[in-house]
Design a protein around this ligand. Structure first.
Ligand code: GLN
Ligand code: ZN
Length: 779
């Protein structure tokens, strides 16, 4: 049989040892020059291309590299740089990217300019890339936006790869997704529709495509992940219109449009009818739809099937993939079928090779980016008729082992799951009853003052933890150190008049990892870094098996802290949805099932805290909103199980125990009724930056329980004044029934320094006291 083609959509750019992060931060600190940073970039690109070539990938992506973010690179390519940056229209480079992303240009003082006169302004906003944990820089549009080819990056990188002999395929974000992912900013016209910009935008894309064609590109990949979202008529027309023009501009060069992250559903016909040469489809997320897709696939086009999961770290099930690929070859023909990962490999760690500590059975179930490339080419060889009996057998054995492993399947957990009844997810009494009992028990003043949990994770705290992990600080000494930090923290809160103190979270590295490390069913990598935004990388835990709590996880610190104060201390936990959302999750059972297992573990912890005399317990769920499915039609189902999981974790306590939750964002309009369904006694949220405007959702909806809208922005080192916070509080007190109003910062204080924290909290307490006494006078 003829050889089937393989390709890749994108490769992680950070480097196996996070070389890009390190070099970028060196550059920001002024320790290396731009040329040096660029050299690191070039080295990484070449290494990555070579790896893909060695794996046997036929078409290797270029322009998937970025010093900061690929969407931002697209804005630079198109010359769409917001006016406030004072860009002079010259060619853009990495410095321009840093300026837009960070609001400051470090090059300003040493001659490495970026073509922009603004040295410091507010950065462009950042938001989540679909439902991943990657964040992109949001393009800004208004009626004055115009586009002009302004970067040579895409051409240079293609050229660079070609010169070195790689079969390069330039990759870029398509025009319709680019428009959809941005936001209208600074527009003077209420009726401004960003699609008005399409014509001009496609003009620049035509230029880019035809230049790449002149350079000899055989294929160009245009990513249109909006095809996995709900599209309106305008967007559908924009897709066929844009690609009609781009196809013409491409001449003999072929265009591949890629969609990923979800099924196409009502967008299937729009996708299939795109006037291009090839289409890439995410089989992992598309699931059930693939048979229909193949049946309807138009003659003459190439189909790329993304069968290897680019979003998760599990070894591919070859039998399953071949079950899709073989009939596809049958229907479409080997010449017109390609094999690929489902999406860019940006979302998985680089290589399993550096993971020496993962137990061998678990390691044998995993595949990171490099291993995924091997999977793609192995599948390719099987399809092409090469004998791969050893690879197939090994793969089959790994799947079989995983299916049966006792490390994954815990009879006790499964039994407990089957006994969950509706009453488990319901408090014994309704909120008004609980509220009265809690008031009596806690005896808090009006406008009770609390914080979100963490206090500064100083260099000293981090150093002590690192030493303890290395074994140079004994368990006992580390414990004593933590006791001391906790004691200082609680005493401080008492001394300034915080009504509900916390222990400070000094023992925690990260709000998910800390719990994962103590739960059965979780594993941790040594080097499994994934880019989150810019130079920031995260190392998500792997949830591989049934989750079980082995022993209390936080009681020791809550109990200790409570001995230090007469005030009711608030215990701190991370919620089940957030733990799920920020981990790599097992793919052998539905996500909701895994979440319920975590919820049961948290439920046990909540009960143990209660039994230890902790009267208030906060279960943080900052990730509940970002877990929303991409399609509106799927929201209700998700929200139902997410809310249920939270309630399962929080409902096992007496009426007198006060359950708090915290979410660190402010846009609740869409999900306010689900938030109310959580039935937490108190919710703390972010609102200070919006001047309490974002309380609207809670006001319109008449949120029934108690609420603490953050009165100061912990993301900034600035110490807010008493007057400022008093003003915000007064505003909140108009919008929310006074007796339900709490006072607290926006989020945890772990990234701040003690000095700012001291100043800010003292001012916050003063503002509250002022408000309390004013109210007395009025009464
Ligand atoms: N309790 C956590 C803290 O204070 C909450 C953090 C978060 O919401 N992201 O750090
Ligand atoms: Zn927060």
């Amino acid at each position: 049989m003829k050889q089937i083609r393989t390709h890749n959509l994108g490769y992680p750019r950070i480097g196996a040892g996070r070389e890009l992060k390190k070099a970028t931060e060196q550059y920001w600190k002024g320790k290396i020059r731009l040329e040096e940073l660029e050299r690191t970039g070039r080295q990484l690109r070449i290494e990555n291309w070579q790896k893909q070539e060695d794996a046997g990938i036929d078409l290797i992506p270029t322009n998937d590299f970025s010093f900061y973010d690929q969407v931002l690179d697209t804005s630079l390519l198109l010359g769409n740089i917001p006016a406030r940056f004072g860009w002079d229209g010259a060619e853009t480079n990495a410095e321009t990217a840093f300026l837009v992303a960070r609001g400051q240009s470090r090059g300003a003082d040493d001659g490495e300019g970026c073509g922009c006169s603004a040295v410091s302004t507010y950065a462009s906003e950042m938001t989540k890339w679909f439902d991943t944990n990657y964040h992109y820089i949001v393009p800004e549009f208004n009626e004055k936006t115009n586009f002009r080819l302004s970067s040579t990056k895409i051409f240079e990188e293609f050229h660079e790869a070609k010169e070195l002999g790689y079969r390069a395929k330039p990759v870029l974000l398509g025009p319709v997704s680019y428009l959809a992912l941005g936001k209208v900013h600074d527009s003077k016209r209420k009726d401004f529709d960003r699609l008005e910009l399409l014509d001009d935008l496609v003009g620049v894309y035509e230029k880019i495509i035809s230049l790449l064609a002149d350079e000899g590109a055989e294929w160009i990949q245009l990513d249109e992940p909006v095809l996995a979202l709900d599209l309106d008529e305008g967007q559908r027309r924009a897709l066929s219109y844009s690609y009609g023009r781009l196809k013409k501009a491409a001449g003999n060069t072929k265009l591949l449009v890629a969609t990923y992250f979800g099924p196409l559903r009502d967008n299937l016909a729009d996708f299939l009818n795109l006037p291009v040469d090839g289409l890439h489809y995410d089989v992992v997320r598309g699931g059930e739809e693939v048979t229909e897709l193949i049946e309807k696939f138009p003659a003459g086009k190439t189909l790329s099937l993304g069968v290897v999961d680019g979003r998760n770290i599990w070894k591919n099930d070859f039998e399953k993939s071949l079950g899709i690929l073989l009939p596809a070859v049958e229907a479409i023909g080997v010449e017109r079928l390609w094999i690929a990962p489902s999406c860019s490999l940006l979302h998985v760690p680089v290589t399993l090779k550096s993971e020496k500590k993962i137990e061998s059975d678990l390691a044998n179930w995993l595949a990171f980016a490099d291993e995924k490339l091997d999977e793609v080419t192995t599948l390719g060889r099987v399809i092409s008729g090469e004998v791969e009996s050893k690879a197939l057998e090994e793969n089959r054995n790994a799947q079989r082992e995983r299916l049966a492993s006792e490390r994954i399947h815990n009879g006790k957990v499964k039994a407990r799951m089957s006994f969950i009844i509706p009453a488990d997810a319901k408090r014994s009494s309704d909120f008004p009853v609980r509220q009265e009992k809690q008031r009596e028990k806690l005896g808090l003043p009006l406008f009770p003052i609390t914080t979100i949990g963490s206090f500064p994770q100083t260099a000293e705290v981090r150093a002590a933890r690192a030493q303890w992990r290395k074994g140079t600080l004994s368990d006992q000494d580390y414990d004593r150190f933590l006791e001391e930090e906790t004691r200082k923290c609680v005493e401080f809160q008492d001394s300034i008049g915080i009504d509900m103190p916390v222990h400070g979270e000094f023992e925690r590295n990260d709000m998910v990892e800390y719990f994962g490390e103590q739960l059965e069913g979780f594993a941790f990598t040594a080097n499994g870094w994934v880019q989150s935004y810019g130079s920031r990388c995260v190392k998500p835990p792997i949830i591989f098996g049934d989750v079980r709590r082995m022993k209390p996880m936080t009681v020791r610190w809550a109990e200790f802290a409570q001995t230090l104060t007469k005030k009711p201390l608030k215990g701190m936990l991370t919620g089940p949805v957030t733990i799920l959302q920020w981990s790599f999750v097992r793919n052998d059972q539905p996500r909701d099932e895994t979440t319920r297992q975590i919820a049961l573990a948290i439920r046990d912890e909540v009960r143990d805290l209660e039994a230890a005399g902790i009267a208030a317990i906060q279960i943080d769920e900052p990730a509940i909103r970002e877990g929303l499915p991409l399609r509106r039609a799927d929201w209700d189902e998700y929200l139902a199980w997410a809310v249920h999981a939270f309630r399962l974790s929080s409902s096992g306590v007496k009426d007198t125990t006060q359950i708090h939750t915290h979410m660190c964002y402010s846009d609740f309009n869409d999900i306010i009724s689900a938030v109310a369904d959580l039935d937490a006694d108190v919710i703390t949220i972010e609102t200070s930056r919006s001047n309490m405007e974002l309380l609207d959702a809670f006001v319109d909806f008449k949120y029934p329980n108690e609420i603490g809208p953050g009165v100061y922005d912990i993301h900034s080192p600035r110490v807010p004044s008493v007057e400022e916070m008093e003003r915000l509080l007064k505003r909140a007190a108009v919008l929310i029934p006074e007796e339900n109003l709490w006072v607290n910062p926006d989020c945890g204080l772990k990234t701040r320094g003690w000095e700012e924290v001291r100043g800010s909290l003292i001012n916050m307490v003063t503002a509250t006291k002022n408000l309390r006494s004013r109210r007395k006078v009025e009464a």
